[in-house]
Design a protein around this ligand. Structure first.
Ligand SMILES: Cc1cc2nc3c(=O)[nH]c(=O)nc-3n(C[C@H](O)[C@H](O)[C@H](O)COP(=O)(O)OP(=O)(O)OC[C@H]3O[C@@H](n4cnc5c(N)ncnc54)[C@H](O)[C@@H]3O)c2cc1C
Length: 335
């Protein structure tokens, strides 16, 4: 176990641009490495990505391992898992951290399995204990408690970390570090997935995290069709559309609208919850809104406990009436 040292961060890049979360984790890795007296290292994988190594050094890496190969141009689970696991077997890091992105969540378990070690997903905090072990901190049991997880018997200790919870270190233009180029031991046959084309999802027009007014729909909206009504109310108020996880899981609206523990944390001036029961995981994402209005046909729905204004009724009757009233007020103002 003693031969394992240093803290590695998987420096995730897409189209030769570093993901913010990788720099955030690097900032944290820097602190942990200083606490342990070891190096913070970044592992940069891709094709034509060497130019990003300097940026990683400026954000806190002592060493950047660059694995640059045409076969690694696009992310594939097998390709990336192979080259990173090979490197970890050779150099033996004590810790490897990944962003909890789609790629990080796909890659880290595969590497954990290849290295026969553990993995804690979705950490919101990291620390080093008095024995030098990595403390992997994350909400558990639906957010009702915070668990601290350790991996005392296997190496490397591995975790994925949620985007947005760690802080990037300030960029230090003068920082120096070492760039080590690694020859990838990889051939076409190692990757069974072939990528023919990458089609990007159209970016959502809104960023609900920055909106002042959010009208959110839940299971009570009844389907994708019902979200048109939510959109109409949002338009009337000059706001954007949010959603509960139940609505997202049902496929009625895309996940970038999800508010809550596993969605986005929002802090608008006005949050209108329509057909949302008010589960603790939803409230975790919107409880800090300045004014909360809830529309729900069940007077005992928990959402009314956090709402400033509650309307008990069928949203399909209440929302059209609200829209009418908003239009009437606006027309009067213009007259
Ligand atoms: C680990 C974990 C993470 C989670 N993360 C999230 C998260 O990020 N965000 C999130 O939202 N949830 C999250 N959840 C799920 C959460 O526990 C709830 O299941 C979810 O929030 C319920 O969504 P909902 O309120 O839309 O649906 P429901 O709980 O089914 O509530 C629907 C509500 O609509 C009302 N209603 C029905 N018809 C009408 C009508 N016509 N008019 C008015 N009201 C009506 C009902 O009275 C009911 O209160 C998570 C759960 C777990 C375990």
């Amino acid at each position: 176990m003693n031969e394992y040292k240093d803290i590695w961060v998987f420096a995730e890049q897409r189209e030769q641009r570093l993901m913010n979360v990788s720099l955030e984790i690097l900032g944290e890795a820097r602190k942990l490495a200083d606490k342990k007296g070891v190096k913070a290292c970044a592992v940069l994988v891709g094709y034509g990505v060497k130019g990003l190594a300097d940026e990683l050094i400026k954000y806190g890496a002592d060493v950047v391992y660059v694995i640059d190969n045409p076969l690694l141009k696009n992310y594939t689970t097998e390709g990336y898992a192979k080259v990173i696991a090979d490197l970890a077997n050779e150099i033996k890091p004590e810790v490897i951290l990944y962003g909890a992105t789609y790629i990080g969540r796909d890659l880290a378990p595969r590497i954990a399995s290849r290295l026969h070690t553990g993995l804690t997903a979705d950490c919101t905090g990291l620390d080093i204990d008095e024995n030098g072990l990595l403390l992997q901190i994350r909400p558990a049991f639906g957010g009702n408690l915070i668990a601290t997880i350790i991996c005392p018997e296997r190496r490397p200790q591995m975790a994925t970390v949620r985007p947005g919870v760690m802080k990037k270190a300030p960029k230090d233009e003068k920082r120096k570090g070492e760039i080590i180029e690694i020859q990838a031991n990889i051939k076409e046959g190692d990757i069974r997935t072939q990528i023919f084309d990458i089609i990007k999802e159209a970016k959502s027009k809104v960023n609900i995290e920055e909106a002042d007014i959010i009208v959110s729909g839940g299971r009570g909206v009844g389907g994708a069709e019902g979200f048109k009504l939510i959109q109409q109310l949002a338009d009337a108020l000059g706001g954007v559309v949010g959603a509960s996880r139940a609505a997202v899981d049902a496929g009625w609206i895309s996940s970038d609208h999800q508010v809550g523990q596993t969605g986005k944390t929002v802090r608008p001036k006005l949050y209108v919850a329509c057909g949302i029961s008010g589960a603790i995981q939803h409230i975790a994402g919107m409880g800090n809104a300045k004014t909360i209005v809830a529309i729900n046909k069940n007077p005992d729905a928990p959402i009314f406990k956090v709402a400033d204004y509650g309307i008990v009724g069928d949203l399909f009757k209440v929302i059209p009436a609200l829209i009418e009233e908003i239009k009437r007020i606006k027309n009067n103002e213009m007259a």
